[in-house]
Design a protein around this ligand. Structure first.
Ligand SMILES: Cc1ncc(COP(=O)(O)O)c(C=O)c1O
Length: 396
């Protein structure tokens, strides 16, 4: 697989184990971006000349690819800068629409900050309250607690499809079903989910699904918000500007139809087209086999880590786990470990993974995270273990 990824193919010594932060890009995506800028570049939805009309067609074709991939209609696919902007859009706009003093927003303690802070802001503005579903000792969502917490005041339930810090696939179907019982709107943070699983938003029956292109083999700066058309139609615009209007007068403005209503200004045209190429790449993969590969590498690492008495891991493998290994070391700070890995050209993540509340639950301030992907092999895990042994010698 490394041969399909120019950055990895160009540097055989590099061991990239930080795919949960961002994936490497396949050649097909890089070439599509280059082709767009070399031969197709023009602004969209504006020009009456062929080059602009061609760019518009390519941009809208990318939207259709996304829509087909997640089983949505084109109008329900809003291009955003990424997961973060998509969640902010919903928390702000749907928050305005639905939240009153005393209402509740239900999240989990394992969320990425992107799926906490926008809701805290929305709650503060409306006088609503954010509540958090706890984790079980096995670092899985406590569904009994969720059942007890959801009530008629719950207006939104928002959670990650897959935890970026734990690699655990959350039981989103069960949570969506609970939310439906009280009429709460559900938002799934698919930043990690869309990169590993086939997504069918109709089958999930979630109200919103957000993801980033860059974690799913696509470019940075482009992401997707799926939302049910009836909700998006009812929600006020998130940002004002070009393209999102139907008519502007000095007295006021009216809004364009979906999806333009939520896409103010010149969009990331190349990014959307690159995301279309990334989706083609994902469609060419056997996603369950890829997941099994990543999980096997995670298991290889977890088993090897049992020989390191100073290492504490937090998650046991299961069918609901994608192979991400997060761990703490009794005497080596994750940042020191990451620096030692870097000296051997091994990229791992160290820190709180934008999930500080989860770190509190784990009883640490930071962890090291190894996130294997389709272009990693058993030898990459061995290279990491060698660096860990070296770090232990240095810090002994
Ligand atoms: C679970 C999860 N949610 C949200 C985000 C934020 O994604 P982005 O920075 O691409 O907007 C990330 C990124 O790490 C993530 O892993």
């Amino acid at each position: 697989m490394k041969e399909l990824f120019p950055l990895l193919a160009g540097d055989p010594e590099l061991v990239y184990l930080d795919t949960a932060a961002t994936s490497q890009k396949p050649k097909s995506v890089i070439e599509r971006l280059e082709r767009y800028y070399r031969t197709e570049n023009a602004n969209v939805h504006r020009g009456v000349y062929e080059l602009s009309e061609h760019a518009t067609r390519a941009f809208e074709e990318a939207r259709r690819s996304v829509a087909r991939w997640i089983n949505a209609s084109d109008k329900e696919v809003i291009f955003t800068r990424g997961t973060t902007e998509a969640i902010n859009l919903v928390a702000s706009s749907a928050g305005h629409l639905r939240l009153s003093p005393g209402d509740e927003i239900l999240l989990t303690v394992a969320e990425h900050h992107s799926n906490i802070v926008p809701w805290q802001i929305a709650a503060q503005r409306a006088g609503a309250k954010v509540r958090y579903i706890p984790m079980t000792g096995a670092m899985r969502i406590d569904l009994d607690a969720a059942r007890a917490m959801i009530n008629p005041r719950t207006k939104f339930v928002a959670l990650a499809h897959i935890s970026n810090a734990l690699g655990v696939i959350h039981p989103i179907r069960e949570v969506i079903a609970l939310a439906k019982k009280v009429g709460a709107w559900t938002l799934i943070d698919g930043a990690q989910g869309a990169a590993h699983l086939a997504i069918d938003v109709r089958e999930l029956d979630c109200d919103f699904y957000a993801f980033s292109g860059h974690k799913a083999y696509g470019p940075t700066g482009i992401g997707v918000l799926y939302g049910k058309a009836e909700h998006l139609n009812a929600m006020p615009p998130y940002q004002g500007g070009g393209d999102m209007i139907e008519r502007v007068t000095l007295e006021g403005s009216t809004w364009n139809e979906l999806p333009s209503k939520f896409e103010a200004g010149t969009p990331h045209i190349a990014g959307a087209i690159g995301l279309g190429a990334a989706i083609e790449f994902m469609a060419s993969l056997d996603l369950p086999a890829t997941l099994a590969h990543d999980r096997a590498l995670g298991v290889q690492l977890l088993e090897a880590l049992t020989d390191f008495p100073n290492v504490k891991t937090f998650v046991k493998p299961g069918d609901d786990w994608i192979g991400i290994v997060t761990f703490a070391h009794a005497s080596i700070h994750p940042h020191d470990l990451a620096a030692i890995c870097d000296a051997s050209k091994i990229c791992i993540r160290a820190g709180h993974h934008c999930a500080q509340p989860l770190m509190e639950v784990l009883g640490v301030s930071a962890t090291a995270r190894v996130a294997p992907a389709l272009y990693n092999s058993r030898s990459d895990i061995e290279a990491f273990l060698k660096a860990l042994r070296k770090a232990e010698q240095l810090f002994a």
